[in-house]
Design a protein around this ligand. Structure first.
Ligand SMILES: [Zn+2]
Length: 346
């Protein structure tokens, strides 16, 4: 019964339901965080403006181009399609479903089969050997992207998630988001925010930033004038940075990661050190230093602002130059950095 209903729905979208089993090595759908991957993970985007008259057809074409280029289809055309829970209410979690395209197919959501596509909750497809995942997402600016990641088990955001999914033994890493835990620990009311109010609303902004899953959600969060004002950190900045540094160790949307780097960068710009026993103590810089190795990881993954933050941490210049010299496959930003031995930090 279940298969008959699903098969009918898929047929309306030009997809054939296949009886073949789903191989165990395919990344579980809930862990296929393609949108969190970066170009360093091999991520490829095909963006389509949905406002053009045949925008959805163009999306179908973009998905097919990416699917063909990246090898989504098995020899007989089989690939895995994620059925939403609305189509498959018998399952608590969405499941991979082996399918094949017919002559007239549609995965953008423009179909009679309630195949939701990017315009209705997202599209997720994978190759049957688990080597390719391609998603479809809509963005706030009216575009839709087909986003592909090859060898997903090598991409850090996906590896991290699958480790979490596989963590069932008592020794496994606990399922705790350290940034959210840190937010709960801090007494935000005891700080004044840069906007003049008590900082309780900063906790809410940080929670949203850490949990954001789309670029649109990230763009709605503005830490400027709250955590820092024109590169001057505010009273609440050190507390906020301790959360942000914890967040860098968690799975984040790339736009959120970038926003965190920028906030760190601005807070370290004009920070006034406090003298303690004749030693200058900088609370924001100390917070940033807690995330040093993650900042290096992010810089290696192509986040230029992470390198800018490291460059503002006192005493880190030598290590940063050494790190840049050792990058086997340097990201683009390295070219624009003039790392010469005599280029001494001022
Ligand atoms: Zn504020």
């Amino acid at each position: 019964m279940r298969n008959a209903a699903i098969s009918d729905a898929l047929a309306k979208a030009g997809l054939v339901l296949l009886p073949s089993p789903v191989p165990a090595e395919v990344c579980p759908p809930e862990g296929a965080r393609v949108d969190s991957c970066s170009p360093a993970d091999g991520r490829i985007d095909e963006a389509v403006d949905l406002a053009q008259p045949d925008g959805l057809e163009r999306f179908d074409e973009a998905w097919l181009r990416l699917a063909t280029r990246m090898g989504l289809f098995a020899e007989d055309g089989t690939f895995l399609f994620l059925l939403g829970v609305t189509l498959d209410p018998g399952n608590e979690y969405p499941l991979w479903t082996p399918v094949r395209l017919t002559e007239h197919w549609n995965v953008s959501g423009h179909n009679a089969g309630t195949i939701s596509g990017p315009i209705g909750g997202g599209l997720l497809t994978a190759s049957t050997d688990g080597e390719v995942i391609i998603s479809g997402t809509t963005w706030q600016n009216g575009t839709a992207s087909a986003v592909g990641v090859p060898h997903p088990y090598r991409a850090e955001p996906i590896r991290r998630d699958s480790r979490r999914t596989a963590a069932t033994t008592p020794e496994a890493e606990p399922q705790v988001n350290l940034a959210l835990t840190e937010i709960d620990r801090i007494d935000w009311n005891s700080y004044q925010c840069g906007c003049g109010r008590s900082a309780a609303h900063v906790a809410d902004m940080l929670r949203k930033l850490v949990s954001a899953t789309t670029e649109a959600q990230v763009s709605r969060i503005e830490l400027s004038n709250h955590v820092e004002i024109q590169s001057f950190p505010t009273e609440v900045a050190p507390a906020a940075l301790s959360v942000l540094v914890a967040a860098l160790g968690e799975g984040l949307h790339p736009a959120a990661r970038h926003k965190i780097h920028l906030t760190l960068y601005f807070c370290l710009g004009e920070e006034e050190p406090v003298m303690v026993d004749g030693i200058p103590v900088s609370a924001c810089e100390d917070a940033a230093r807690q995330g040093l190795w993650q900042l290096y990881r992010d810089a290696a993954a192509g986040f230029e602002a992470a390198a800018l933050v490291i460059n503002r941490i006192r005493g880190e210049r030598e290590r940063l130059e050494h790190f840049v010299s050792r990058l086997e496959d340097p990201p683009k930003w390295v070219e624009s950095w003039n790392f010469k031995p005599k280029d001494v930090d001022s």
